[in-house]
Design a protein around this ligand. Structure first.
Ligand SMILES: [Zn+2]
Length: 190
């Protein structure tokens, strides 16, 4: 099992990191290279809910130094499936270069913002040199998955401990959209 945290919120360092360290769990945080240190601003206004802040460059370096793997979550949290090839290339390659520059270490993992991707985005991830990319396709990753279109099980603020356990334990059949991606990507299209 792999633990992944999208967006690189400041509160990851406050709350999740100490627990991960206490239990010795490895984890990956996906950072948005162009948004470090800024408020999260792509979900629109949710009245009554505070806008979380994203980690600064300095804090991301600290988290990395504490043993957390840092992946890219693009340069601007764009919906990659809606971009032209040049835009996809920029979001994937430029964010990788910027984060590698910041951390002084290779960045080999990517997460598609909003889980939005298409074949062009997968190809751009391959060209940029990523070893893995995660989606919001729901399911447990298996050997049948392409490493640049990995499914995940999302745990959100609405989940309690029982819901968390249920999601992990659930072994339901993969959704048709996941089956379709497995088929498309094993036919040698990337
Ligand atoms: Zn995100």
């Amino acid at each position: 099992m792999a633990l992944t945290f999208d967006d690189a919120y400041d509160n990851f360092a406050d709350h999740a990191l100490p627990v991960l360290q206490e239990h010795g769990f490895p984890a990956t945080v996906y950072a948005i290279s162009g948004w470090l240190g800024r408020p999260m601003a792509w979900a629109g206004d949710a009245p009554g809910r505070p806008v979380p802040k994203l980690m600064s460059a300095a804090r991301l370096r600290e988290v990395h130094a504490a043993g957390i793997a840092i992946g890219s979550h693009s340069a601007s949290h764009a919906k990659l499936g809606e971009l032209k090839p040049e835009g996809q290339r920029a979001e994937l390659a430029d964010s990788k270069a910027a984060l590698e520059d910041l951390l002084g270490a290779p960045v080999r993992h990517f997460c598609y913002p909003f889980g939005n991707f298409d074949l062009g985005a997968v190809r751009a991830a391959a060209t940029a040199g990523y070893a893995s990319a995660t989606t919001c396709l729901r399911g447990a990753a298996t050997q049948a998955d392409h490493p640049l279109a990995l499914p995940r099980k999302a745990i959100s603020y609405g989940d309690n401990l029982l819901g968390y356990w249920w999601k992990l334990a659930m072994k339901d059949a993969p959704k048709p959209v996941l089956v379709d991606w497995r088929r498309r990507l094993t036919e040698g299209q990337v």
